[in-house]
Design a binder for this molecule. Structure first.
Ligand code: IPM
Ligand code: MN
Length: 351
């Protein structure tokens, strides 16, 4: 008899709509596990605004150590208006990205059938690209400081740090994705102004693309914003630095119909665990109303299953979510999650 496959998944549901959407993502993943014959054991962690307000801890060291040993992490959203900005973002989310060395932020930008894009005359096939965002360097490293704070001579620095090794590894990942797809990679940077980091990225990208046998294209970050709106089909795989990737992927989510369907994976392709989360935030304004779209979290769970090697299950979860999208706005978070789980379990349409 073969041993049943089983995975431990840590759940950081977080704040606002996080717990609501994560519950539906779990349902879909459970349905896939039952259908494809593997087990998921979920371990819940109550990190987020409440924990921080109660204890002052965003990510206790002991919890971080436990998280190192799970197979994957599913995160909902963190942040609430009663917690100062940056506390949970830096203390929890970015700390996890850095400590677990999740150097790839992988964000598909895909317009699904039945979802309206704000762009005129685009069909689903016209918007189907991947953004591979560097996730552990750049301006996110937190290097910098303030002097003479509050006085007339106040000065602040925020230093962007790029390393050749860090750039090379994310480029290699992006090039491998480009090879699996159309063989086209676009570097997005701002080499006309950021001449030091831009030069490093450009030389590294040229070498890595040549080694991988993929065609390399280049766009400045501002022009890439323009092209995403005027001609999204020109992109297939974009690779870019941390901050440009942050900005581009919100724009990407917008052209693909909004944050309701935007999924992401924070990956360390070389070791587990990786972290999966919807691109959207905690949306405190709609928390508890049943109006949150769980699809972005469900699609993030699909990326999680794919990363665990459960390809069929991942495809079934994606298909279930996509099948539920037309008319999704007419359903509550839970009703939509139920429809998706039913589709995933049965392999048929939710009706
Ligand atoms: C994202 C978010 C985060 C980021 C914030 C919450 C720190 O905007 O995942 O895109 O800037 O990376
Ligand atoms: Mn962002």
């Amino acid at each position: 008899m073969s041993t049943p496959r089983g995975y431990a998944v840590a759940v950081l549901a977080g704040d606002g709509i996080g717990p609501e959407v994560v519950a539906e993502a779990r349902k879909a993943a459970e349905a896939a596990a039952a259908r494809f014959g593997f087990g998921l054991s979920w371990v819940d962690y109550d990190l987020g605004a409440d924990r921080w307000l109660r204890t002052g801890e965003a990510l206790p060291d002991g919890v971080l150590e436990e998280l190192r040993s799970v197979d994957a992490i599913l995160l909902g959203a963190v942040g609430r208006p009663d917690v100062p900005p940056g506390v949970l973002e830096r203390g929890l989310l970015l700390r996890l990205r850095f400590e677990l060395d999740l150097y790839v932020n992988f964000r598909p930008v895909k317009l699904y059938p039945g979802v309206a894009s704000p762009l005129a005359d685009v069909k689903p096939d016209d918007i189907d690209l991947l953004v591979v965002r560097e996730n552990t360097e750049g301006v996110y490293v937190g290097a910098g400081g303030t002097v003479h704070r509050g006085g007339p001579a106040e000065a602040a620095t925020e230093t962007s740090i790029e390393t050749r090794a860090g750039v090379d590894r994310v480029l290699r990942f992006a090039a491998s994705k480009a090879r699996e797809r159309a063989g086209r990679l676009t570097l997005v940077h701002k080499t006309n102004v950021l001449v030091h980091a831009g030069d490093l990225w450009r030389r590294a990208a040229t070498e890595v693309a040549a080694q991988a046998g993929v065609a390399l294209d280049y766009a400045h970050a501002d022009a890439a914003c323009l092209y995403l709106v005027t001609d999204p089909g020109r992109f297939d795989v974009i690779v870019t630095d941390n901050l440009f990737g942050d900005i581009l992927t919100d724009l990407g989510a917008a052209i693909a119909g909004g944050l309701g369907t935007a999924a992401s994976a924070n990956l360390n392709p070389d070791s587990s665990p990786s972290l999966f989360e919807p691109v959207h935030g905690s949306a405190p304004d709609i928390a508890g109303t049943g109006r949150a779209n769980p699809v972005a979290a469900v699609l993030s769970a699909s990326l999680l299953l794919d990363h665990l090697g459960e390809r069929e299950a991942a495809a079934a979860v994606e298909a279930g979510a996509v099948a539920a999208l037309p008319g999704a706005a007419g359903y509550s978070t839970q009703a939509l999650g139920d429809r998706i789980a039913t589709a995933v379990a049965g392999g048929g349409s939710p009706d």
